[in-house]
Design a protein around this ligand. Structure first.
Ligand code: NAP
Ligand code: ZN
Length: 351
């Protein structure tokens, strides 16, 4: 027996997303069946739906910022019961025995993590489908607890935008007095501002958009720098310990390197692919600076983030939309016209 589900799917890189009926697997003993209440809209959903990374399989139901309520659980499930508030992020499984998995870094699983959508289930080899749908079935090891008191719709983006910026903040040990810059004020960028500020850092937004200053300050930025203005960039020369770069498309990294202090790191979380123009290594060598990358975060680290947000009352700034509005939302995200995350109210699917 399987579970009938209604969602929205992409059927090709160019077609609009459309309603799509499909089946979820029947509950395995370790599974949690979740009624999806909200799902955030990540720029990765656009990259995947449009096959920007060349690995898309259709039909594809995107969505990996999932918030819901537990409907039922398999008989071996111990941590969840019907009615619990839960979240699911970018992964629904991993090998769970390699070194990264044993360290709680399932996103770097040596055998490859199973992604929430556009992936293949490791047991039944069927395609995985994401949160633009009314139900999902996930092994309890990949289900997160949502702290009481957090607004559920605002918590959805913590499952990807939040953890993707939290993981480098923690890895590079950002704390009181750290000097952090964030490149790009979108979904990831606005969470990076809030989280870095809450960790006690001095926070700067580097943006190409002059109109974002007031919002950036409200979200936690102590300083806003227009990245296209060489004079403003020179004013922050040698300043930052860590730069989190969230820009989704290829862009010139060379102007950012001089803003790093000695030993500083620019970590890419947005763009995946070859750099263009070339990166000049001389300023890296001369200042022991690093360019790094980082992928989402592991399950224990995601729970740590959710608990931190619960204690500090941090959620995403969202625009709640109907499922039917997803294609317009993709268009607006491509224009950087969202403050600062679209979240789909999955109740709209029933209408
Ligand atoms: P988003 O909401 O669309 O925000 C991206 C921001 O980058 C924009 O608001 C804009 O900020 C800036 N930007 C956009 N296009 C640009 C361009 N061509 N040149 C320079 N700046 C540009 O996107 P998001 O959801 O935050 O996702 C950002 C990227 O992270 C995507 O590529 C996504 O796939 C990736 N991602 C990676 C991971 C990971 O694990 N590493 C996880 C989730 C998402 P300003 O107007 O302020 O400049
Ligand atoms: Zn994402």
């Amino acid at each position: 027996m399987s579970i009938d589900v209604l969602g929205y799917a992409a059927h090709s890189p160019t077609a609009d997303l459309q309603p799509y009926r499909f089946e979820r697997r029947d509950t395995r003993t370790d599974d949690v069946v979740i009624e999806i209440l909200y799902c955030g809209v990540c720029h990765s959903d656009i990259h995947n739906a449009r096959n920007d990374w060349g690995r898309s399989v259709y039909p594809m139901v995107p969505g990996h910022e999932i918030i819901g309520r537990v409907q039922s659980v398999g008989r071996a499930v111990t941590r969840f019961k019907a009615g619990d508030r839960v979240g699911v992020g970018c992964m629904v499984d991993a090998c769970q025995h390699c070194e990264p998995c044993l360290r709680g870094l399932e996103q770097y699983c040596a055998e490859g993590a199973t992604y929430t959508y556009n992936g293949t289930d490791r047991h039944d080899h069927r395609p995985t489908h994401g949160g633009y749908s009314d139900k999902i079935v996930v092994s309890e090891r990949f289900v997160l607890k949502i702290p009481d008191g957090l607004d559920l719709a605002g918590a959805a983006p913590l499952l990807c935008a939040g953890i993707t910026t939290w993981s480098p903040l923690r890895h590079w040990q950002v704390g009181l007095g750290s000097r952090v810059a964030v490149v790009g004020l979108g979904g990831l960028g606005h969470m990076a501002l809030k989280l870095a500020k809450a960790l006690g850092a001095e926070v700067t937004l580097l943006t190409r958009s002059p109109g974002k200053e007031q919002d950036a300050r409200r979200l936690g930025a102590d300083r806003v720098v227009l990245s296209s203005d060489a004079g403003q960039m020179a004013n922050v020369g040698g300043h930052f310990d860590l730069i989190i770069d969230t820009v989704p498309y290829v862009h010139d990294l060379n102007p950012y390197v001089p803003t790093l202090g000695i030993g500083g790191t620019l970590v890419l979380v947005g763009y995946l692919g070859p750099l263009d123009p070339f990166l000049n290594s001389a300023p890296l060598v001369m200042g022991r600076k690093s360019i790094a990358g980082s992928l989402i975060g592991g399950i224990p680290e995601t729970q740590e983030l959710l608990d931190f947000c619960g204690r500090h009352g941090i959620t995403s700034d969202i625009e709640l939309i109907r499922m039917q509005d997803i294609n317009a939302a993709f268009g607006r995200m491509l224009e950087s016209d969202v403050k600062y995350r679209f979240v789909i109210d999955m109740g709209s699917l029933k209408v």
